[in-house]
Design a protein around this ligand. Structure first.
Ligand code: ZN
Length: 184
């Protein structure tokens, strides 16, 4: 059975740029690149779910909440570190999905793409554990997917939020938590 890896918001702006996760995000660089290559080479579906904002968008709810980030056409939307090169190397096998809300499902065709390929198991990695990973996991739960969270490939600027979200994924969303590719 095919599965999908959804790499969420691992961009320059979210790691070291305009709305940075900082050290915990930087620390994921090799692991996210490794998982991306592994899933592509296995023939599984890989999706880069990447936040997209327009400059001075007065109608967007995040405008009141966060400094401008991941603005269309800016370098901050490039993937962070080696992941950008991995994406370029495998761009025929990786689906780039722009999203404008926290969840990778909100306002995108992600569900249709997964369903047409018969995918029921999705693996989530990226940032931030307690924001975009959380909202994507909640939608995935409501849509009936089996969800796997790689705890060695998610991070947040908020350590308490990160820990809370990991416990929520397991205890409330019934997600499997993986470390080093194995259930923990
Ligand atoms: Zn955003």
């Amino acid at each position: 059975m095919m599965k999908a890896l959804i790499v969420i918001d691992y961009t320059i702006d979210f790691v070291t740029g305009k709305l940075p996760c900082g050290e915990p995000g930087i620390a994921l660089e090799q692991r996210i690149a490794e998982l991306t290559k592994q899933f592509v080479q296995q023939g599984d579906v890989v999706v880069m779910a990447v936040d997209l904002h327009e400059e001075n968008d007065q109608y967007h709810p995040e405008t009141k909440l966060f400094p401008p980030h991941n603005i269309r056409g800016t370098e901050g939307r490039n993937l962070y570190g080696t992941l950008q090169q991995v994406y370029e190397n495998y761009s025929d096998d990786i689906y780039w999905s722009d999203k404008t809300r926290y969840s990778a499902f909100c306002g995108t065709d992600l569900q249709l793409r997964l369903n047409t390929r018969g995918i029921r198991e999705i693996h989530l990695v990226g940032v931030c554990t307690d924001i975009c990973i959380l909202h994507t996991a909640v939608d995935a739960y409501n849509l009936g997917y089996n969800v796997v969270i790689h705890e060695d490939a998610v991070a947040s600027f908020n350590a308490i939020g990160h820990d809370w979200a990991l416990s929520h994924f397991r205890a409330t969303l019934g997600a499997q938590i993986f470390n080093n590719g194995e259930p923990v």
